[in-house]
Design a protein around this ligand. Structure first.
Ligand SMILES: Cc1cc2nc3c(=O)[nH]c(=O)nc-3n(C[C@H](O)[C@H](O)[C@H](O)COP(=O)(O)O)c2cc1C
Length: 215
């Protein structure tokens, strides 16, 4: 399954449309696809608690536990995000930060987790300044690295504040479809349904003991 993450807090617009196009391109190559949007899940920010620094897994109990399996079992990953103040929107950043358990597994507990999968980024921006995309590319690159995802393609579309509507234009839709097709053709079928063999995987903690996680 190729997983598409819509990192836009609004579940419509250029960003989501381009992601849909990419997933359509993947589907045309025979891939199974799934689109998830940050606005449909309640994911709290990482609080980097003391609990977290001493053990594997994550102490926060929320929808991220529904997303971990999807991130594990996807055969390819496409992230779509608008540039917000030269970075990724805060909801998406929370998802990325909450993948720290995988980072810990790799770096601290030396567990090599994931089969290699291909990944792509679709980013949109109001301005035409290429530098505005750096703060989107780098967190997504780190996210991919942590999940064993190879950064295979990117589609960066700037100037949306001045480009006359309707957005996205046909050319950008076609480019997004191509990216989806590329990810589908590179997908690692061996990772389909794959789940990591981790001590924390099926043990959602009752209470991580961090005061800031109380609702
Ligand atoms: C809170 C916020 C911050 C933004 N910051 C930037 C920015 O730093 N640089 C930029 O080029 N565009 C910025 N934009 C414009 C969005 O990137 C642009 O409207 C979006 O990518 C268009 O895609 P959409 O139709 O999916 O919303 C910002 C928009 C919002 C709402």
């Amino acid at each position: 399954m190729i997983l598409g993450i819509n990192g836009h807090p609004r579940n419509e617009g250029t960003c989501r449309t381009l992601l849909e196009e990419a997933l359509e391109g993947a589907a045309q190559e025979g891939a199974e696809t799934l689109l998830v949007s940050v606005c449909e899940y309640h994911v709290r920010r990482c609080d980097s608690s003391e609990w977290c620094s001493s053990q594997a897994g994550c102490s926060i109990v929320d929808d991220m536990w529904k997303l971990y399996p999807l991130l594990a079992e996807c055969t390819g990953l496409i992230v779509a995000a608008p540039v917000f103040f030269a970075g990724v929107p805060s909801d998406l950043k929370a998802w990325i930060d909450r993948c720290n358990p995988f980072y810990k597994d790799r770096k601290i507990f030396h567990r090599n987790l994931f089969p290699q999968r291909p990944g792509a980024l679709i980013a949109t921006a109001g301005s035409e300044r290429p530098a505005d995309f750096i703060g989107t590319i780098e967190p997504v690159r780190a996210f991919f690295f942590t999940l064993g995802v190879q950064f295979e393609a990117q589609l960066l579309i700037g100037g949306l504040d001045t480009l006359p509507p309707p957005h996205p234009i046909l050319e950008h839709r076609v480019q997004a479809r191509r990216i989806g097709a590329k990810i589908a053709n590179l997908q690692n079928s061996e990772s389909a349904g794959w789940q990591p063999d981790l001590p924390w995987w099926n043990h959602i903690p009752e209470d991580g003991g961090c005061s800031c996680r109380k609702k």
